[in-house]
Design a protein around this ligand. Structure first.
Ligand SMILES: Nc1ncnc2c1ncn2[C@@H]1O[C@H](COP(=O)(O)OP(=O)(O)OP(=O)(O)O)[C@@H](O)[C@H]1O
Ligand SMILES: [Mg+2]
Length: 255
């Protein structure tokens, strides 16, 4: 469903060039929850943002549901983006709007009338468990509730793919778990394909069937999550897992 071939991206700044993505090849199956991990600066966000062209790659192909995303003109890209939702670490909500109007924002841009928007907003709020908060402002919500608004907004136009960039990194562990369980539920109920970028390996272990590890803009390891956790082949894989185990070792083992 998502096929990426030889995708490269260099950031050029006055301070020099940063090769953020180097010939990335990756396939993500329909209905999968696919995890992408790697150290800070590895290129995870750049990769995700290239998928919906928030960032323009320099070369390579991105094919989503048979559509060659990099070749689309403005109009067709806007249509394709309806099928590719995205959620962010810091939620990116508009505080000048209440919850209902935040969720309705993409529906407004798509030209839906008030009655259509209202019905869809109610449906989405119920899907993410926010029906009682529609008139609240984002600043009146907890982090977990804010991310539920982000998810409802991302799902407004019925995407087939949801891109998640560190979507639970700003939340405390129990709240993060609730949001991940909501994403898992949406994956199963709606058949949504989810690409989950995170630096927290235990999230990938718990929720992703397939994964890839990025390092300095390259994929250094990919495959079934269970296999990579059992026997990582790359040096980075071994290092990341080692650090993960030390950080998240239960207290009684540390004593
Ligand atoms: N707009 C930009 N201009 C110049 N360089 C950039 C820009 N955005 C990212 N970079 C550089 O590209 C590389 C990849 O950055 P990216 O944000 O994709 O990493 P990341 O894996 O998401 O890191 P993190 O885990 O910290 O979010 C880094 O070296 C970063 O400094
Ligand atoms: Mg990032």
């Amino acid at each position: 469903m998502i096929r990426v071939e030889k995708l490269s991206k260099i950031y050029r700044t006055s301070l020099g060039s940063v090769p953020a993505l180097q010939e990335i090849d990756l396939q993500i199956g329909a209905g999968e929850i696919f995890g992408i991990a790697g150290y800070s600066g590895a290129g995870k966000s750049t990769f995700l943002r290239c998928l919906n062209r928030l960032e323009e790659a320099d070369s390579g192909r991105i094919v989503i549901d048979g559509e060659d995303i990099r070749l689309l003109n403005r109009h067709d890209l806007a249509q394709a983006r309806r099928r590719i939702g995205m959620i962010f670490q810091h939620f990116n909500l508009l505080d000048s709007r209440n919850v209902a109007d935040n969720i309705a924002f993409p529906l407004e841009l798509a030209g839906q009338n008030y009655a259509q928007r209202r019905a869809r907003v109610e449906e989405l709020a119920s899907l993410v468990g926010l029906s009682d908060k529609l008139l609240s402002r984002p600043s009146q919500l907890s982090g977990g509730q804010k991310q539920r608004v982000g998810i409802a907004r991302a799902l407004a136009l019925g995407p087939r793919v949801l891109l998640c960039d560190e979507a639970t990194s700003a939340l405390d562990p129990p709240t993060a778990l609730q949001i991940l369980e909501l994403l898992q539920d949406l994956n199963q109920r709606l058949g949504l394909t989810i690409v989950l970028v995170t630096h927290q390996l235990e999230i990938i272990r718990g929720f992703c069937s397939q994964m890839a590890l990025l390092d300095q803009g390259r994929i250094v390891e990919r495959g079934p999550t269970a296999r990579i956790f059992r026997s990582p082949e790359s040096l980075i894989g071994k290092k990341l897992l080692d650090v993960g185990q030390k950080l998240f070792r239960p207290a009684e083992v540390m004593a």
